[in-house]
Ligand binder design. Structure first.
Ligand code: HEL
Length: 401
């Protein structure tokens, strides 16, 4: 059950652990940047402790991958398939949920770079009469400040039955926006941050209007192919994950009931707000390239990084989250929660060190909270003080939005 080919591996009961550290640049004599030297070494033991803890809290499997200036660390625990007992692997593909939002924002910011989109123009300039208020701009939408109500609050008021009701459904973007517009807006345009999937459905419609093609084509032409993201797919409305993947399991609403296998789903309720499939390697490549300035001009990247404070540890830019860690380091990326999977994918300011951590469960706030500890282990290194103050117990600030 040990998948490590290099480095350390261990088997603990029925649990598989692989820990692989590959100093890819050592052979060429390359060294890290000055910035890399300033970062503490990743705490792989701490990272593994987080993966073990989420297993005890109900996650069938967990994985984490760090890419640090050419050195890769890979850890996995538990299973990616409860039926067969196959070990979770860092090679597994999974559903990334709202990490998709950064992909959508990148496409729109590239269109802004090409002078085909003005971020401060009303959405209605490009999509006449779509929204009931001409003051809602593209920037408001990408920063969750539009005030458009999040229709998923209603769809998933009951977690399992809500999921089953939409699992195989195919929505149009306009149907989803219609669900939102049945409800009062949460704030005046630009007045407040209020996270809403509706914003990134509007983003998808904008992408399709401005490019004259599907979001799938835009993701492929502008991000997936240029970065050679061979594990990244937008298959909507297909329900299957290509190749090797982790099956997703939603925690039942009723204690004692069996986990719900959510692997097969259209994710049509999310589309450009949350339907991409990817892997830890690809997400690390993506965020490293983005923060490293390879996808956007420096002016557009700076706009993406104009953050609105969400709470004490989180801020939101344009389709991009910032997490402020206990050691004073801030990291940039996104979190994802789609039925069956939780994802954290973040990188440093220069894109030099990236972490993706995933569990194949959802509807489990404890696991989501605990998984945030992977950020502390990956970017802050070993805790300076008592290990009992472990970052594994940090509250997931995103839940407090
Ligand atoms: S929620 C978030 C996360 N985002 C938002 C988006 C995403 N995901 C959703 O809106 C799906 C919510 C339903 C998930 C479901 C479960 O856990 O399986 N939960 C329920 O049904 C609860 N009643 C802000 C956490 C993000 O991090 O951006 O992804």
């Amino acid at each position: 059950m040990v998948s490590a080919k290099v480095g350390k591996g261990a088997v603990l009961g029925a649990v598989a652990l692989s820990l692989l550290a590959v100093p890819a640049r050592a052979a060429t004599g390359e060294t890290g940047t000055a910035r890399a030297a300033a970062l503490p070494a990743p705490d792989t033991a701490g990272l593994d402790a987080v993966l073990r803890t989420v297993r005890t809290q109900g996650a069938p499997g967990a994985l984490a991958r760090i890419d640090d200036h050419g050195t890769t660390y890979r850890l996995s625990r538990g299973v990616d398939d409860r039926g067969t007992g196959r070990a979770m692997s860092t090679l597994d593909r999974f559903r990334i949920g709202s990490v998709t939002k950064t992909f959508s924002a990148v496409v729109l910011l590239q269109l802004a770079d090409e002078h085909r989109l003005d971020l401060d123009a009303p959405v209605n300039r490009y999509l006449p009469k779509l929204l009931p208020d001409d003051r809602i701009t593209v920037r408001h939408v990408l920063s969750h400040r539009s005030g458009l109500y999040d229709y998923t609050n209603d769809l998933f008021a009951q977690s399992v039955s809500g999921f089953e009701a939409v699992r195989n459904k195919v929505f149009t973007y306009r149907q989803l926006i219609g669900l939102s517009l049945k409800k009062a807006r949460t704030n005046a345009p630009g007045a407040a941050y209020s996270y809403s999937n509706t914003n990134f459905v509007v983003a998808g419609l904008l992408i399709e209007k401005l490019t004259g093609a599907s979001v799938k084509t835009a993701y492929e032409n502008r991000v997936i192919e240029p970065l050679k993201l061979s594990d990244t797919f937008y298959v909507h409305p297909d329900t299957t994950i290509p190749g090797r993947y982790a099956r997703g399991y939603m925690t039942p609403d009723l204690a004692g009931a069996a986990p719900v296998d959510t692997t097969s789903q259209t994710v049509s309720w999310a589309q450009s707000a949350g339907a991409i499939i990817s892997s830890a390697k690809d997400l690390n490549t993506f965020y490293s390239a983005l923060l490293g300035g390879k996808l956007l001009s420096s002016a557009r990247l700076a706009e993406m990084e104009r953050f609105t404070k969400v709470n004490s540890t989180t801020a939101y830019g344009l389709g991009l989250r910032r997490r402020d860690l206990s050691c004073g380091i801030s990291v940039y990326g996104h979190t994802g929660a789609v039925q069956g999977y939780y994802t954290y994918a973040f990188t440093t300011k220069d894109g030099g060190r990236s972490l993706t951590a995933v569990v194949n469960t959802s509807n489990n706030g404890k696991v989501l909270d605990t998984l945030a500890g992977t950020l502390e282990s990956a970017f802050c290194g070993k805790p300076a003080k008592s290990p009992s103050a472990s970052a594994a117990n940090r509250r997931n600030a995103d839940l407090e939005e």
